[in-house]
Design a protein around this ligand. Structure first.
Ligand code: PEP
Length: 251
């Protein structure tokens, strides 16, 4: 049985003091939770301080992005080695905002995915279609390309330990959620791609998260679906109270 994973993606939000305040509350409200893995992804500037707070807790730490080289003349970039060193165990890769605003291609995302594994970070590979692609009936084709090219060249072990996040772009930050049935259909499709690329065994092992306007009211219906193994959450992860409700959806 795969342990569900609930991820808070803070994006470009929270100063260091706001981040510490959040974590001090969250630590208390979810300290008894053991049957779900909890991950927060603060901005780079807050990682060091947050790690000092979460070190002995059940809260894991992740980065929102990384660069594929380990060091050198790459002004403004952060390497997987640095992210690992600061206490992270995960890194979000290929979020739609990075694809959209920073022109990240599947090729770049694949390089970042491989670089994460070099330092034993677990990548969370994000895929998702635009509204136009869904309306034009090419959503499945787009997702298949993103999955295949994002995973290109990974070993079987890497392919089974990576986390995939399906995030329809039209549902991110819009308040419009994919219906649980729509999400399940795409998650099942991604698992089938996995089966074709690797094996049924690996397809059964990989965790596939849903992301896109998850909130305390819709989380339970989404998480009941058999191929949804957790959530990637933006807006509703910014307040400790609502993120706690999401973490406790299974109770
Ligand atoms: C996200 O940041 O990946 C996301 C899904 O955001 P939101 O929950 O706000 O839609």
């Amino acid at each position: 049985m795969k342990k569900p994973l609930m991820v808070g993606n803070w994006k470009m939000n929270k100063t260091v003091s706001e981040a510490i305040e959040f974590v001090k509350i969250l630590k208390n409200t979810i300290s008894d939770v053991t049957d779900i893995e909890i991950l927060i992804c603060p901005p780079f500037t807050a990682l060091y301080a947050v790690n000092n707070e979460t070190r002995d807790s059940n809260i894991n730490l992740g980065a929102q992005n990384l660069f594929w080289e380990s060091n050198g003349a790459f002004t403004g970039e952060i390497s997987p080695t640095m992210i690992k060193d600061i206490g992270c165990s995960y890194a979000i890769i290929g979020h739609s905002e990075r694809r959209q605003y920073f022109t990240e291609t599947n090729k770049i995302i694949n390089k970042k995915t491989k670089a994460a594994f070099v330092t034993t970070l677990t990548p969370i590979l994000c895929v998702g279609e635009t509204l136009k692609e869904r309306e034009d009936n090419v959503a499945f084709k787009v997702i298949e390309k993103q999955v295949r090219e994002g995973l290109f060249g990974l070993t079987l072990e890497q392919a089974s330990s990576i986390v995939i996040a399906y995030e329809p772009i039209w549902a991110i930050g819009t308040g419009e959620t994919s219906s649980p049935e729509q999400a399940q259909e795409m998650h099942c499709f991604i698992r089938k791609i996995y089966e074709k690329m690797y094996s049924k065994n690996i397809a059964d092992k990989v965790r596939i998260l849903y992301g896109g306007s998850i909130n305390p009211n819709n989380v339970s219906d989404l998480m009941k679906k058999p191929d949804i193994n957790g959530g990637l959450v933006g807006g509703a992860s910014l307040e400790a109270e609502s993120f706690t409700k999401l973490i406790r959806y299974f109770k």
